[in-house]
Design a binder for this molecule. Structure first.
Ligand SMILES: [Zn+2]
Length: 88
């Protein structure tokens, strides 16, 4: 197996590797290849930079969470206010 083949295989399997869906032997080989191959590290790094989707998603989730908390506290305040007003 020459280096170019190894790189192609590494990059093909990288997604699976991240999701830990490769066999232990493969994982071991990939860890070694990643450590010694600057080309692949660079390629992977670029691919990761090219996906800001995850960050956007977590910001969205955060927004929803804040919104839910706000609505919840508003509802709670309303409930307290209602019971005070009712008992008075
Ligand atoms: Zn490589």
């Amino acid at each position: 197996m020459n280096k170019k083949d190894a790189c192609a295989i590494f990059q093909d399997l990288y997604d699976l590797y991240i999701e830990e869906e490769v066999e232990d032997e493969t994982k071991q080989w990939m860890m070694e290849h990643k450590a010694v191959c600057a080309d692949c590290r660079q390629k992977i790094g670029k691919e990761n930079e090219g996906s800001p989707v995850l960050q956007e998603d977590s910001e969205k989730i955060w927004g929803i969470r804040v919104m839910t908390m706000l609505l919840y506290s508003l509802f709670l305040l309303l409930a307290i206010w209602m019971s005070i007003w009712y008992l008075w």
